[in-house]
Design a protein around this ligand. Sequence first.
Ligand SMILES: [Zn+2]
Length: 264
Amino acid sequence: MFIAYDESKKRVDINDADKSKQYYCPICGEKLIIKAKDSLAVKRHFAHKKGAECLDTWQHDMSEWHYNWQCLFPEECREVVVEKFGVKHRADVLINKFVVELQHSPITAAEIMERNNFYLACGYTVIWVFDSQNKVKSGYTTYKTVNPFLTTLEWKRARREFHIPTLNGVCVFIEYKTDVPANPQQEEDILLFLKKFEPKSIDPWDTNPFYIKRENLLKTLGIGADDVLSINDIFMAHKKYINQTTREPIYIKRKLQTRRRFRF
Ligand SMILES: [Zn+2]
């Protein structure tokens, strides 16, 4: 975990933690140690001592990517303890009835389902963001970066964790880098909003010519500047773009009907 309690039950971020002080698990109250390993795959984090049995048995992703994402949200929204039926878990982010689960390291389909079922039972919408950098390829070409609007997308290796039914109230995004249209020398992080969990293919909602970025998801969840578009705004802008650029009304109608099913 990246946030623990100090002696006075005050929340402390790992970057503000002092090795000479004692910290405690917000779920079970046990003493924690600071794991000092610091790399891209595993950032410095709080951990239980070996053999400790925490009430929260889920494996939490402790990557630098995860930490950076978590820090985009207000402090009080990060690693929030959620309790239901006497069971306690730590949501990576809890904001305005949305639980955001951020996943860089491997996870099983069973654990994804368990988290979905728990948070749905608590009345939350679950949003998954998977770090898919270097895991996505083009179905046709071998370009280094993959533009979702120019090609079909595939996983480089089938994702076993994606072999689960799509549920109401669960949204899945994958994040990877692609070229900046105005400057092909540069890359940027984009999010694809998937239609469903598919182990072999990647089938995102079309937002051409607009990319969904981190700021757009944040705006959708209720944080962000006035001039930033929410994902709904992007879908509306995409709809307008399609209306202006195609003359096939039947096709448009079908597309719009599909679009309407997805609203935050
Ligand atoms: Zn614990």
